[in-house]
Design a protein around this ligand. Structure first.
Ligand code: ADP
Length: 500
């Protein structure tokens, strides 16, 4: 099918939007601030058309009354009838976290609307959103990547702070035993603010290894391991503080975290698992989990003898690809399917099921920990990359959550994974309005949570232990992902449901 043509099942509610606020009878216009797999996916999508323009576009501050906004835009005619919404992202009766700028919003004089505002879908970067969100107007149907304050979950110090708070609240309300379900993140303190509490904890556990990580950096930058308090005196003196910004006046925030000294090893090597999670709403919380992902291995055999060797201890691809014996053809990845199969053969299906259920728990608890804080906005969605590490008992630990997981492919297999992942993400968002809205599975994405746990449909027993008849959670991380066949069947079924 050529570009600009309509997609099958696309003309629902001819010439207008259907009740879900979805675009009707025209092409879908997108913007994208990245030059990698996501752009390929968007460009290859039938019926989608790129909006020309730079990433650093002006916010749509003129759109308080879109009908009055000057035209000059080729698409004004198609969208002027849409009912838009001014940012009150929390919904009526709730206080927005961006009140000051909004108070003056209505009085901002209208300026001529330009074509930059004429998009339906925007894969923007976090910086763009931070700069523009507070003054931006969005039409009913527009979808944009990232929630405004995604950093509540993705900055290492804030993630732990939010988790600790929900853990305490759970213990208070439901008892200590329930609080144990939060024991999936290593003991962590924020530095410098919690330095003294950390020192107390440090003294209670002599000899253990700690890991220091800058709270807001990524790709293993600025990370080091230590055993002695003396080893962080340099940090205290300020040596590590200004690396990211020489003009900083305040010390850079770090987290100090208990190092997991007994990681699960395969072939003597440590690995962590990248898990993709899609949140389409925080209120109610609606979460999808992608079946495929990968395990990232370190290149060098694990040992606690050389704690300064980042090639041994940090599994980031950005670090490992610089290792002297790194082989770019072999890479250092396994698919999650390969990993699940390996672990099942070694430990049995039940043990692996339990371990992977632990990952579901990590996902849901972490999202719940920010559910009341994230500025929920029906226009926003987020695709998180969770990093999870198994210890030698197959217990999963949450290492961190990324709001911009790398979409640059490291090889053919990685490209296929990311291409399918992103295509299916667009299938879940369903701007084309091809689905019924009741689906539990779309391509490789399974609906994990919608204001409560989702159970798998009868018959969907993949990865379930033999002979199981009881309902199982709709969670299939590392299970078979025949996404294309599933999509074909799904669209055929959805079409016949809609017709009837
Ligand atoms: P970054 O955002 O810089 O990637 P991470 O927190 O993801 O920082 O840590 C980088 C890598 O260091 C992880 O992929 C993991 O291999 C290792 N790592 C981080 N924290 C721990 C920990 N507490 N125990 C064991 N390994 C860890």
């Amino acid at each position: 099918m050529s570009k600009g043509t309509k997609v099958p099942g696309y003309m629902q509610g001819k010439g207008s939007r259907n009740p879900r606020g979805i675009i009707g009878d025209r092409e879908i216009r997108y913007k994208c601030s990245l030059q990698n797999t996501i752009l390929d996916v968007l460009r290859g999508r039938p019926g989608w058309q790129e909006v020309p323009g730079q990433n650093n576009i002006q916010p749509n501050v003129n759109q308080a009354n879109p009908k009055q906004a000057g035209s000059g835009s080729t698409t004004q005619g198609t969208t002027s009838g849409y009912k838009g919404s001014v940012r009150n992202p929390q919904g009526p009766g709730t206080q927005s976290a961006v009140p000051t700028r909004l108070q003056g919003f209505q009085s901002i004089p209208p300026i001529t609307r330009n074509s930059d505002g004429d998009w339906d879908f925007y894969w923007c970067d976090r910086e763009w959103l931070a700069q523009n969100y507070d003054t931006m107007f969005l039409y009913e149907h527009q979808k944009i990547l990232h929630f405004r304050n995604h950093y509540e979950l993705t900055r290492k110090n804030l993630m732990v702070k939010n988790l600790k708070r929900l853990k305490k609240q759970t213990e208070r309300e439901l008892g200590k035993a329930e609080g144990q379900s939060f024991e999936f993140f290593p003991t962590t303190y924020e530095l410098p603010s919690e330095y003294h509490i950390f020192v107390e904890e440090f003294k209670k556990n002599p000899g253990i290894i700690w890991i220091m990580k800058p709270a807001a950096r990524a790709q293993g930058r600025g990370i080091f391991l230590f055993r002695r308090l003396k080893d962080i005196t340099d940090w205290k003196k300020g040596e590590y503080q200004p690396l990211s910004d020489p003009n900083r006046e305040v010390p850079e925030t770090y987290v100090v975290q208990r190092y997991i000294e007994n990681p699960y090893l395969i072939g003597g090597r440590k690995f962590d698992v990248r898990v993709y999670v899609l949140v389409v709403s925080y209120n109610p919380l609606k979460v999808w989990l992608y079946r495929s992902g990968f395990a990232r291995f370190s290149n060098t055999r694990f040992s606690l003898d050389s704690i300064e060797d980042t090639y041994v201890h940090l599994t980031n691809v950005a670090i490992q690809k610089n290792a002297p014996d790194y082989d770019p053809d072999k890479g250092c990845k396994w698919s999650t399917q390969q990993l699940r199969k390996y672990l099942s053969a070694k430990h049995g299906v039940e043990a692996v099921k339990k371990a992977f259920k632990g990952i579901d728990n990590i996902i849901i608890k972490s999202l719940q920990s920010v559910q009341k804080i994230i500025i929920n906005d029906k226009h926003c969605f987020e695709m998180y990359g969770y990093d999870v590490l198994f210890d030698s008992d197959l217990k999963p630990w949450l290492i961190e959550i990324n709001a911009s997981p790398s979409l640059t492919a490291s090889g053919k297999e990685d490209y296929d994974l990311k291409f399918g992942l992103l295509n299916d993400l667009l299938n879940v968002l369903d701007l084309e309005n091809r689905l019924t809205g009741k689906e539990k599975r779309v391509g490789g994405w399974d609906l994990l949570w919608e204001d409560g746990p989702i159970l798998a449909d009868d018959g969907n027993m993949e990865c379930a232990p033999n002979g199981t008849t009881a309902s199982i959670p709709n969670s299939f991380l590392g299970c078979h992902n025949e996404r294309k066949r599933q999509l074909r069947e799904l669209y055929t079924a959805a079409q016949s449901i809609k017709k009837s």
